[in-house]
Ligand binder design. Structure first.
Ligand code: GRF
Length: 189
């Protein structure tokens, strides 16, 4: 698989660690669009190559797709990758692109709904629960088929920081296992 990430890379780290002990599934490459992102160091520590992309090369897509095909990538795992996917990229990996979103979609998704903006909106609306969604990704933000959701309570005295922690814990707990289950299911269908 290829992990697409541009943030701190905490999910990427959990995924990399998890698949270290799964002999038949590998994280082969990390794709990143942000210089200095935490995920670059995490990939380095694990001897995983990093491919840096910019907007122009990503829009054109053909070079990136060729690079990924060269490495026999058949699953794209997005973990904190915020750019909208070009249609040509989605077509190249149709049905094999996963994303994780820090809320219970279809609520709190769409353009601009990421990181603290999601949690802020959840708190503002006095939601009683939030959670995570793992879904297939396409060229529209946060819209693909939902594969898995897990929820947590939002306490009356919850703040941004405490909610973000709860959500991150859920992400780390579930994403690697759901990725493995997805791959095994694909291989048997
Ligand atoms: C996660 O909250 C994920 O849901 C979202 O981006 C964040 C990435 O965090 N898509 P990290 O870089 O893995 O810590």
């Amino acid at each position: 698989m290829a992990i697409f990430a541009s943030g701190s890379g905490s999910n990427a780290k959990k995924i990399i660690d998890y698949f270290t002990s799964v002999p038949d599934i590998d994280v082969d490459v990390v794709v990143c669009n942000k210089k200095g992102a935490g995920v670059i160091g995490i990939a380095g520590e694990n001897n995983i190559p990093v491919v840096m992309i910019d907007r122009t090369s990503f829009q054109d897509t053909s070079n990136l797709v060729a690079e990924l095909e060269k490495r026999n990538i058949n699953l794209i795992v997005m973990a904190g990758f915020l750019w909208q996917l070009p249609e040509s990229f989605v077509n190249a990996f149709k049905g094999n692109i996963l994303n994780i979103h820090p809320a219970l979609l279809p609520k709190y998704g769409g353009k601009g709904m990421y990181g603290k903006f999601v949690h802020e909106a959840v708190l503002e609306n006095k939601e009683k629960e939030s959670g995570i969604t793992i879904h297939l990704a396409d060229e529209f933000y946060d819209r693909g088929e939902i594969i898995f959701q897990a929820s947590c309570e939002v306490d009356p005295n919850e703040n941004m920081e405490s909610l973000a922690k709860k959500i991150q814990l859920l992400e780390h707990q579930h994403y690697p296992k759901i990725i493995e289950g997805f791959i095994r299911k694909q291989n048997h269908s």
